[in-house]
Design a protein around this ligand. Sequence first.
Ligand code: NAP
Length: 247
Amino acid sequence: MDERNVLVNRVALVTGGSRGIGRAVAQALAGAGAAVAVNYRNRQDEAAATVAEIERAGGAAIAVRADVAVRAEVEAMTERVESELGPVDVLVNNAGIATIRGVDDITEEDFDQTLAVNLKSAFLCTQAVLPGMRKRGWGRIVNVSSIAARGAGGIGVHYNASKAGLEGLTRGYAARLAADGITVNAIEPGLIDTEMAVPLKESGVADRLPVGRIGTPDEIGQAVLMMIGNGFLTGQTVAVNGGGSFL
Ligand code: NAP
């Protein structure tokens, strides 16, 4: 199969697609032929830059603002994407926050906000695109989790809980949607070189990894594309972590 064309005539929505991992995922999907909606919350300039890069490479994309933790904004975003690009065939729930908190300083607000942005958002976005995917009998959903779903990680227990929940959501939907032609998988990145990783990079984690370096956003983009290309792969979590599983 020619990977450059697997998503021709498909529409993809990448939450938090404006920068970091989401940007690389948006570029990978556009490179495979999808028209891509690049969601962002605050940084309009970064979203516009991602769209411009995709267009320069010959792809199609739009930027669409929404706080994906808020149902009304998710619904408005989905309507706009559908009217400008068409119904969403591929959803990548990537938007996330990582507010570093110790066991004793974490507040109820930190917990609620992290669960809303990292977990509830995936539920809201999935609900919004599901009727269309079902109608067409085809859909691909990828949820961007983290190694923190299973390990301690460097962010905090709120982040651990949000990502572990996201993996439960993945398996729950996968089991219930397989018969509709919709696959749902999670990807579990190790430390990836983005703005989110800056506070953790100093900890010397690269030296402890078997590959001797942290990952690049493009390596996650490639892995997402691989998952989307395989209709027999569903309900799985794939770790992309530089050999971190062997530690
Ligand atoms: P990042 O560089 O901080 O980018 C975060 C993205 O999410 C931005 O596009 C941001 O939009 C968007 N976003 C945040 N809150 C949002 C909201 N409420 N509504 C809509 N968009 C929102 O992060 P990243 O490193 O690329 O991380 C992407 C995903 O990978 C996250 O889910 C993260 O937990 C996960 N992850 C990252 C790593 C890592 O080492 N980097 C490792 C494991 C998992 P604005 O620019 O507009 O704010």
